[in-house]
Write a protein that binds this ligand. Structure first.
Ligand SMILES: Nc1ncnc2c1ncn2[C@@H]1O[C@H](COP(=O)(O)OP(=O)(O)OP(=O)(O)O)[C@@H](O)[C@H]1O
Length: 251
């Protein structure tokens, strides 16, 4: 049984042969939560997409669930940045979550009892079972994000990738998402979560990878989110205030 969810060694990623992020070393195991932290444009989305084989690997070696990234695409759950699924598209919440079963099912086959059960469990988990028949586009931004999380969970992935899952999300939905992420990691799913919000990073991470064009630090939270590494990664002043929260003032 494979144990490595992710293994990156000296990885560079980019577009049209030009790197936007270099020097990435990652080792993620079952049940661990890795936060990719860095300012806007740091390369967080690019790095997450590389884990699905969607951006070009320009150097180093990368395996995802012990395979080349492109071959892990159907196996890893993915919650893209909000706005990538058109809210006007006339589909129900249940139909969106059922898309998470297409790997099992093939999109052309009718859903089986096991698929319907997985969809029910996923909707229940994010607290939206009572919205199953509602139109996806009629939900709030936070609820839509929970539906997209349910879609990824319906595939019962061993690795779950979330790109800025709290952007445009209200406090109630954020709390619900944090709770679910803790539950699924406790049950053995490895998580990668990108965020520019260091308070969120601190709250959720077992491991942090601090990036901005290159990897500046990676490891356990206490060793990684120091004022010094933050100052380097953000290129500005990082101030640790009295309650232990870090504030970054970008130049
Ligand atoms: N398709 C693309 N082609 C060329 N360059 C791109 C492409 N997508 C992103 N980039 C560039 O790669 C760099 C990293 O972008 P990326 O979206 O990965 O950062 P990010 O940390 O996710 O930022 P944000 O928080 O703003 O989404 C940026 O300089 C961006 O302009």
């Amino acid at each position: 049984m494979a144990s490595a969810a992710l293994r990156y060694t000296g990885v560079s990623v980019g577009y049209q042969g030009v790197p936007v992020l270099t020097g990435v070393d990652l080792d993620l195991r079952a049940g661990q939560r890795l936060v990719l932290a860095g300012p806007n444009g740091a390369g967080k989305s690019t790095l997450i997409k590389s884990m699905l084989g969607l951006t070009q690997l320009l150097g180093g070696t990368a395996t995802v669930l012990d395979r080349p990234p492109a071959r892990a695409r159907g196996l890893a759950g993915y919650v893209p940045q909000t706005g990538t699924l058109d809210a006007d598209f006339p589909v129900s919440v249940r139909q969106v979550v059922m898309m998470g079963r297409y790997r099992e099912l093939g999109w052309w086959r009718p859903a089986r009892a096991a698929d319907r059960d997985a969809v029910d469990r996923a909707l229940d988990r994010v607290g939206l079972a009572d919205r199953a028949r509602h139109r996806f586009g009629a939900l709030s931004g936070g609820q839509r994000q929970r539906v997209l999380l349910a879609r990824a969970l319906a595939g019962e992935p061993r690795l779950l990738l979330l790109d800025e899952p709290f952007n445009g999300v209200d406090a109630v939905s954020q709390e619900a998402i944090v709770r679910v992420l803790r539950e699924v990691s406790a049950a053995g799913t490895a998580l990668v979560i990108s965020t520019h919000d260091l308070a969120v990073a601190r709250e959720l991470a077992d491991l942090i990878c601090l990036i901005n064009g290159r990897q500046w630090a990676a490891g356990p939270v206490g060793e990684t989110l120091t004022a010094e590494t933050l100052r380097r990664a953000y290129g500005g002043a990082a101030i640790e205030v009295a309650d232990g929260r870090l504030v970054v003032v970008e130049p």
